[in-house]
Ligand binder design. Structure first.
Ligand code: HAM
Length: 429
């Protein structure tokens, strides 16, 4: 029986992207910069499966992520499985698993694709790639300074200027001090207040006031004072380790001493995950067109310990490709596309075999060479190479085979050089 079939959609799944070669080129460029700078600091690359048992995220990621944002399912064996929404629980699990064999401090990086069930919008998709750089086993502020310096150097490697971005710093210790000692509010109020601060930039000032008063009553004015403060010691006095103030101030001072001046204290930086214990930070583009963080991270000293092994402190950040692409576009920092192919070989009728022979020879010399596989007119073959933005082209015919000399066309400059096959290899180098 014939049924009328619905036309298949040409679109990728909602909130995900196809990467045609020119997009993949940009993606590879971003990954390349991340990799190069991470490795220059001694970070080692690791990887893992996109699937984890759901339990892993329930333990510490936080309610919003687990209840509203994960792709979760039950597998055929009855296990609850989640497609990873972030990498930190996975890396903590991996460190805990080999706790005794690994030598600390450990510097690791990875560029996983992550999945979150979000409403797709500028800077937010359902699948993104995220650089994760983390240090395990360093309790002191030196690790906090290093990870932020590393991210800063990556920004510089992308060509960003100091005035294009700002790194905002806060501390979970300071936030806890605020709630427990300064405001003296209940656990429920604390939870709601933190969520409200986290949403602050997404709602109107009036809405913020209404909800703030609803949660805190007369204490809301005190919260407003905190939010507008530029220096944590205005609220808690300085040199006090339990309030987190000295951590924040020392960190900012150390970074400034290294020449990283676009760092500020920002009491509204919360970070959505439950596992953070100390420093938290986020980096923002200063252009209001891109209001979402490029990277965010913090210290999570208790996460490895939840696997029942001895505690190992951790600090690191996640940095997404989507906001990075927007940033690079905004500041005109995207590299110009060029394919990896260097030379296109066209041929007259009956000379395809010779063309392939030449290509094989050049490939053995390390060149990237493409041979036209059709018997079209030579001009049409050359047009293809121009369209593909391949820098060089040549034609193989009777004369070339006889003399062993080829005319190498530089398509961008419209110039031509006659040379031998070794001469071609030299040009392509
Ligand atoms: P996160 O703040 O959820 O942190 O993500 C870090 C970065 O990933 C964000 O600043 C943003 O650039 C990007 N990102 C997150 N979600 C999306 C999305 N739906 N679409 C596009 N980009 C997105 C974490 O994931 C922590 N696990 C990072 C970390 C590593 N903390 C310590 N180590």
């Amino acid at each position: 029986m014939e049924t009328k079939s619905k036309k298949l959609s040409l679109e990728p799944y909602k909130g995900t992207r196809d990467f045609y070669p020119e997009n993949q080129f940009v993606q590879n460029y971003i990954f390349g910069v991340w990799r190069k700078v991470a490795e220059s600091y001694g970070y080692l690359e690791y990887g893992a499966s996109i699937l984890e048992e759901t339990e892993l995220y329930r333990a510490k990621s936080g309610e919003e992520i687990v209840n509203e944002q994960t792709y979760s399912f039950t597998d055929r064996g009855g296990r609850d499985v989640t497609i990873r929404p972030e990498m930190t629980p996975t890396v903590a699990r991996m460190v805990a698993q080999k706790r005794r064999e690994l030598s600390f401090p450990l510097r690791w990086y990875s560029i996983p694709n992550l999945f979150r069930y979000e409403r797709p919008q500028r800077g937010r998709l359902r699948e993104h790639w995220q650089l994760n750089c983390d240090i395990f086993g360093v309790d002191s502020i030196e690790a906090d300074v290093e990870v932020i310096s590393l991210a800063y150097d990556m920004m510089k490697a992308f060509g960003a200027k100091d005035e294009n971005f700002q790194i905002k710093i806060n501390s979970r210790k300071f936030l806890n001090y605020l709630a427990d000692d300064y405001l003296q509010i209940s656990e429920e109020q604390k939870h709601k207040t933190f969520k409200l601060i986290d949403r602050m930039n997404k709602i109107s000032v009036e809405e913020f006031e209404i909800q703030g008063i609803e949660i805190l009553n007369e204490k809301f004015d005190k919260l407003k004072k905190v939010i507008s403060s530029k220096d944590p010691s205005d609220i808690a006095g300085d040199n006090n380790t339990t309030t987190g103030v000295s951590d924040i101030l020392n960190l900012i001072t150390s970074l400034k001493r290294k020449g990283i001046v676009n760092v500020v204290f920002d009491p509204t930086i919360m970070r959505g995950f439950d596992y953070y214990t100390g420093t938290v930070f986020e980096m923002y583009d200063t252009n209001p067109k891109n209001p979402r963080a490029l990277f965010g991270g913090g210290r999570y000293d208790d996460l490895v310990g939840i696997f029942g092994v001895e505690k190992v402190s951790g600090i690191g950040f996640g940095w997404g490709d989507v906001t990075t692409r927007d940033f690079l576009e905004t500041y005109n920092l995207l590299p110009q596309y060029h394919p990896p192919v260097q030379l296109y070989i066209a041929h007259l009728e009956g000379f395809m075999e010779e063309a392939n022979k030449l290509a094989d020879y050049l490939r053995k010399q390390g060149a990237n060479v493409e041979v036209d596989l059709t018997d079209r007119q030579v001009s049409k073959q050359i047009k293809t190479s121009d369209k593909e933005k391949i820098p060089f082209a040549l034609v193989v015919g009777e004369d070339e085979v006889k003399t062993g000399k080829f005319k190498v066309k530089n398509l961008a400059q419209s110039t031509e050089t006659e040379t031998t096959r070794d001469g071609i290899a030299a040009i392509l180098k």
